[in-house]
Design a binder for this molecule. Sequence first.
Ligand SMILES: O=C(O)CCC(=O)C(=O)O
Length: 290
Amino acid sequence: MDVVTRDFDAEAHAARIREQGYTVIEDFLDTETVAAVRAGLAPFLGTHQGRNDFEGFRTERVYTLVARDKVFEHVTEEPRLMSLLGRFLQPGFLLTASQAICIYPGETAQDVHTDDGFYRVARPRPSISYTVIVAVDAFTAENGGTEIVPGSHLWGDPGAPDRPSDRAEIERRLVPMEIPSGAAVVFAGALLHRGGANRSQAPRLAFTNQYCEPWARTQENFYLGIPREQVAGMSPRLKQLLGYDIWPPFMGQVTASHPAKALEPGWVAPVAAQRHRAAGADGGGLAPVR
Ligand SMILES: O=C(O)CCC(=O)C(=O)O
């Protein structure tokens, strides 16, 4: 389906991402959902300060956000977003990172970086991941709103003739996202950006979900991070986003069986089940794996 929601022109958003590296979905969350996001986050905020300059010493991050509350399950598989990302990533694309980011007053700007830079594949190239950052508090140029370098997703590696060699020149090209509460900025993993300095008197709350090609390693290890019994209660799409699926013909297999079987009640890892059978505990002999 091309356009999944009335008034949402996925192709126009995709064209902006192709040309300038990012787009803004102004009405991504309504006020009720923003309130649900705040409520879902409230129990976890106040528990985790950044441990280095990149995480931000005056920034709080709540990781594995998708598993923190039902509202995060819904926003992670939001249909307009799925339609837009499906124009860039292969079917079966994965969630690679999911976190809330609260930047407190006094936080300094992050280093300018890309989100798919740890895939060490020479640039220019198609992005291997795409990032969604949702403004829970409205973003301003003062409160640490994300700053991006339009068009930088098309640049080569550092040192390439099309890329400014001077860090100050790159920083001069940064554009602050000034977007209302509930809006989402969606950008290519190869786009240069940073979390801005918070020079205001109030925290800036946002959350981000990042999605990657189905063949790429994910930043967060959701197999270990989210209990399987919890994943079992999630939607089929979310299970797929969390990696309980196969990238054809058999990437992601579990001892030659489908990974979704691991979500069935009573599942025992095939190596354990086979060892048990081989030891003759149930009559002996190796049984075929289901
Ligand atoms: O919080 C933001 O606006 C951006 C954060 C970011 O780019 C990151 O932590 O990788």
